[in-house]
Design a protein around this ligand. Structure first.
Ligand code: PRX
Length: 636
């Protein structure tokens, strides 16, 4: 296990050290890992053309740092405790040795099926241990995994497979989620109709849903591993070799493949896991995220396992079979660390404290929050009712692009403040700038959150399109990484994330681009144009509000039927997470003379606050605003 910070003064000292001399600082953290060959230089960087390298010429395999480094000490320690969707299904526990054997065996299966170092493998699988096994098996042989959240539609999956030119897909027959069973393989089959790069599909049997297996392409997982050796010699990777691609939404265009590399990601996720959560060897860590998102990558799989931690992996949903399921899982597995999203907290808050009181939650030591701003009410409920006032809440701010947590209290060390991610972690140098890029110094300031120095797990590129990466993150403000978030630094120097300042919306902790949802809506044959904005939503954090202009042919259809059919289209193009909460049919959109949609007005209407719509005189047709306001049932 890595060394860790134990006191507030220790944090302040370590932070100062990490800023004064980042090279020495990260050198000493990285020394604690097993490298086949150590690095020649700690870091080289240039934000202008985005060329960032960490632990240069270091040779390493991340899975050797999970297994070989730990097996002697940890062989019989549980690595993964699997809690199935159905609480009556027996718990499956994999020790480090068992996990090692399964990963090695599956690595051999990948090799036997033609996968080699550098090949891309798409993983579209529910929350079962095999998801982690598949990821780690890829890392073992140097293949690049691209996990796609199993709630995405066939068309979204196909886009991701094609962008990465994946050679293989790893999936399951079906997926249990609450009372539902989802036909996962059928989605893959549909996606693959438009994916020519895929040569093999490995299918895990999970739900026994009937599936079609394509001769020569599809293989059952259980058949593929039959008689295969459970030892595999790890591939030697350069520190900067790609570890994985993970697609995420931005303001424009299709989701982009965020690329993370091996050495820096390994060092940073392990370091932040140990320090933020203050994880100790006997603790049981439960992160409720899906492995399809970065939180699952960094804090279900890599960060914890690199520290020899025991993680709970949960297949189900918080409210199945009952609304006390989370608390049942905490009690059953004596969870010490619960890491979840504000959306889940708010959803469970709605059922009051009775479901909590039915369970003994005394094992809990630390509570974590991630993915979206946590409102004070949810924070207090989490702290007082779930943690009984004894467990620090770590509000961890970070992003797919950052690879690991960037700002967060260290559990039990940094004094917390509801709604605040508090202070940057060692090695992270935040800077707040105004829209012109001027630094806002001192406290009590609010502006755009940027980072001015590289950190080991930062995004290296967007797969196949380096220019896009530079333009998205490094062109808004010179020599700075722009996060897309607004932030406030208060009188104490504490940071509070205010939410996105670009056209990205965060629905239940899921990140979506407004343009992406608009494109999906626009693909409907009766739609001429649409504009999508986010609005505050009590449970989801943000809801999706769509303004839609219909084609004249729509006059023959009922509005309700059209709206229903729009929801079906969005589900088909992206997935159910992108379904608008509100659809308002309009005859026009508030556009300026240059054709730009004035989204500010649309946001105000969606928020239900039209008392001050600001200057509308530059609009091409100001009367459209009145129509939209009254169509929304509002009065100016
Ligand atoms: O707006 C921020 C919000 O989620 C965005 C990143 O989304 P994604 O890449 O999907 O990663 C989510 C999990 C790390 C950020 O730009 N966000 C994330 N964590 C927080 C947050 N907003 C406020 N507080 C947080 N703790």
């Amino acid at each position: 296990m890595l060394s860790k910070i134990n006191t507030l003064s220790g944090y302040l000292y370590e932070y100062q050290k990490s800023i004064a001399n980042p090279e020495d600082f990260w050198d000493s953290v990285a020394q604690q890992f097993y490298w086949r060959k150590t690095w020649d230089k700690v870091v080289d960087w240039n934000f202008d053309n985005l060329d960032v390298k960490w632990f240069i010429n270091g040779k390493v395999n991340i899975t050797e740092n999970i297994f070989e480094k730990n097996l002697f000490m940890l062989g019989d320690k549980p690595a993964i405790i699997f809690e199935a969707n159905d609480p009556n299904e027996p718990t499956v526990t994999l020790t480090y040795r068992q996990l090692y054997e399964k990963v090695s065996q599956f690595a051999n299966v990948l090799l036997a099926n033609g996968i080699r170092k550098g090949d891309r493998v798409a993983i579209y699988i529910p929350m079962v241990p095999e998801a982690a096994i598949a990821m780690l098996a890829c890392a073992r042989i140097g293949a690049i995994h691209s996990v796609v959240f199993a709630g995405f539609s066939a068309s979204s999956l196909a886009d991701r497979i094609n962008d990465a030119e994946a050679k293989m897909v790893i999936t399951s027959d079906g997926n249990y989620r609450g009372a539902k069973s989802i036909e996962v393989k059928a989605v893959v089959d549909e996606a693959l109709e438009t994916c020519s790069s895929v040569q093999k599909v490995i299918v895990l049997e999970r739900t026994k849903t009937p599936v079609t297996m394509k001769e020569g392409r599809d293989i059952w997982w259980h058949d593929a591993i039959k008689g295969v050796a459970t030892e595999n010699k790890a591939e030697e990777m350069d520190s900067e070799d790609m570890l994985f691609i993970l697609y995420t939404s931005g303001s424009t265009g299709k989701p982009k493949g965020v690329v993370h590399t091996t050495g820096g990601y390994m060092v940073y996720t392990a370091y932040t896991f140990r320090n933020v959560f203050q994880y100790e060897p006997q603790d049981i860590f439960w992160c409720t995220a899906d492995v399809g998102w970065v939180t699952g990558h960094s804090y279900i799989v890599y960060g914890p396992l690199l520290n020899g931690a025991t993680v709970v992996m949960f297949e189900g949903v918080p409210t199945y079979p009952d609304v006390d399921r989370f608390w049942d899982v905490v009690e059953k597995h004596k969870v010490t660390h619960l890491y979840t999203a504000p959306t889940a907290i708010r959803a469970l808050m709605a059922y009051g404290t009775e479901p909590i009181q039915k369970h003994d939650l005394s094992s809990l030591k630390v509570l974590g929050s991630v993915g979206e701003p946590i409102n004070e009410e949810a924070w207090q409920w989490y702290y007082h009712h779930v943690g009984k006032g004894n467990c620090p809440v770590v509000d961890t701010w970070w992003q797919t692009e950052t690879g690991g947590m960037m700002m967060s209290p260290l559990a039990g060390i940094t004094p917390t403040k509801p709604g605040y991610a508090t202070l940057p972690l060692p090695g992270i140098q935040p800077i707040i700038v105004d829209n012109e890029g001027n630094e806002l110094k001192g406290n009590n300031v609010e502006g755009n959150l940027c980072i001015k120095f590289p950190w080991p797990s930062m995004i290296r590129t967007t797969y196949g399109d380096h220019e896009r990466c530079i333009n998205t993150y490094f062109r808004s403000f010179k020599n700075l990484y722009f996060t897309g978030d607004g932030v406030k630094r208060d009188a104490d120097g504490y940071y509070r994330i205010l939410g996105r300042v670009d056209d990205v919306i965060n629905v239940s902790g899921h990140r979506l681009g407004t343009a992406e949802v608009e494109n999906a809506i626009n693909s409907h044959p009766l739609v001429l144009e649409s504009a999508v904005v986010g609005y505050p939503h009590d449970i989801k954090g943000q809801g999706i509000y769509a303004y839609v202009i219909l084609d004249s042919a729509s006059q023959n259809h009922e509005a309700d039927k059209i709206k229903q059919s729009l929801l079906t289209t969005v589900t088909k193009v992206i997935g159910p997470i992108a379904k608008p909460d509100v659809i308002q049919i309009v005859s026009g959109l508030p556009k300026t003379r240059s054709g730009k949609i004035m989204r500010r007005i649309l946001r105000k209407v969606a928020e239900g606050d039209v008392s001050n719509l600001g200057d509308t005189s530059t609009l091409l047709d100001p009367s459209i605003v009145d129509e939209i306001v009254s169509g929304a049932g509002l009065k100016k």
